[in-house]
Design a protein around this ligand. Sequence first.
Ligand SMILES: CC(C)(COP(=O)(O)OP(=O)(O)OC[C@H]1O[C@@H](n2cnc3c(N)ncnc32)[C@H](O)[C@@H]1OP(=O)(O)O)[C@@H](O)C(=O)NCCC(=O)NCCS
Length: 153
Amino acid sequence: MKSKVRIRAAAEADLDGMVLLIERLFALEPDYPFDAAKVRRGLDLLLARKDAAALWVAELDGRAVGMCSAQIVISTAEGGPVAWVEDVVVNPDRRGQGIGRLLLDAVSAWATRRGICRLQLLADGENAAALGFYRSLDWRTTRMICLRLRPGD
Ligand SMILES: CC(C)(COP(=O)(O)OP(=O)(O)OC[C@H]1O[C@@H](n2cnc3c(N)ncnc32)[C@H](O)[C@@H]1OP(=O)(O)O)[C@@H](O)C(=O)NCCC(=O)NCCS
């Protein structure tokens, strides 16, 4: 019998699996050096922030084979809440099977329920596969670029 993917809210028991998935993701994103302890702490904080964040896993045969997260911020441009989508990744052996689409569908449904009028994300400019994926799901690029500062450095 063919196994079915289930998109569900992530829980503490998914932490190890999510850390591994994010290691795979950061391998493609040189802007994000992978540090397992920091990733785990970040995931813990997200799990605890139920009012303003959400984490999903794609479960197949009892294993997390994909994940994504979203966090709410207030936009002055929109005059209301918008959300940053991050940590979008599917295990290499499960890519191209519709799991990424299911994860983003779950984010969209959550955003609609929460009155969030815009989703946004950062993608590595050289990650052509991810950019193709988002475009095929109607995400549009903007003129904005990302700038960073580490205060105190
Ligand atoms: C990007 C990623 C999350 C997509 O997940 P996925 O499960 O492989 O994607 P899906 O199978 O759900 O594809 C959904 C749609 O996107 C399209 N798509 C996927 N990859 C594509 C590509 N490289 N170019 C164009 N379209 C693409 C699919 O054709 C599909 O459209 P369809 O349903 O009309 O056929 C996954 O490939 C991945 O984990 N990549 C590595 C991590 C990464 O780059 N994450 C993004 C960080 S910003």
